[in-house]
Design a protein around this ligand. Sequence first.
Ligand SMILES: *Cc1c(COP(=O)(O)O)cnc(C)c1O
Length: 335
Amino acid sequence: MIEYPDRIPLAQTPTPIQRLLRTEKRSGPELWVKRDDLTGIELSGNKIRKLEFLFAEAKSEGADTVITCGGEQSNHCRATALAATRLGLKSVVVLRTADPQSPPPTTGNILLDRLAGAEIVWISRADWARRAEILAREADRVRGDGGVPYVIPEGGSNAVGLWGYVGCAEELDFQLKALRPCARTTILYACGSGGTGAGLIVGAAMLGWRERGIAVCGINVCDDRDYFVTRIGEICNEAHQRFAIPAITEDDIDIIDGFVGRGYAISRPEELSTLRDLARTESLILDPVYTGKAYFGMTETLSRDPERFGDRVVFLCSGGIFGLFPQAAELAALL
Ligand SMILES: *Cc1c(COP(=O)(O)O)cnc(C)c1O
């Protein structure tokens, strides 16, 4: 059994795995999904697993306000705002948008941020480069008002948040053991800020997955492969320094690049039609920003190299359904 740092239960876990029998090809691997979109309704998605550990640390430090940041339709900010409310804390979410003077419409995750009562601070894309400074400024402001802030980095991706996906790896370990044995399995995930990948990779090392033919592979939805090999390495290293966990090397970090497409949170028609087709064959709803891109990347990779992922793929459905609604017009054109 893995020993975890303190956590506050927030996520509905374990999440089920489910086979995509109507989508599998005779010549290809078994296709499974790990339904981390089912970690909650309002808390849906991968971020809430990380937040269980981050909020435990926030509470232990006596925080009364959490501060975090992300893109305008950030799933992470929405989960943070709603979890904060559930635990009786206030939240400040710093959201990146094209023009902070005219913020985007209150839909999707923004609507939920506002329902949760989060304070929203709009910043420009240029300001995003100095987000650490802006988060520190917001923390000072909270302190100035007599509060106790706790700052969570984008995506909840740090040495503490990483434990959420160590936990998911351990769940998957039990679930895989119950399946027909196979030589080679790949756990595939959408990579956006690196914390999910870091957790799965550390979990894999703790559970001896490499020796058992289980690989972990990310498909990046922004930046590039080099960026994530470095970033995931940093998160793992920070965790290695702080907790008794195995050291991770670049060799352990497998990222497939080439599927960012037109850019973060911008969809190509082929990505959206893949999303539509999966909804129509499996009633599985992907999101346009993360899982839709990664799933498209998986199908393209498999069509070029059917052996790439071995005999079985478990695709992490990491949530994001609320990100569909702001893209409704683009999707409607394909329906
Ligand atoms: C944030 C997010 C990801 C990416 O996870 P990271 O830990 O940030 O790499 C994937 N899918 C969804 C739906 C997300 O919201």
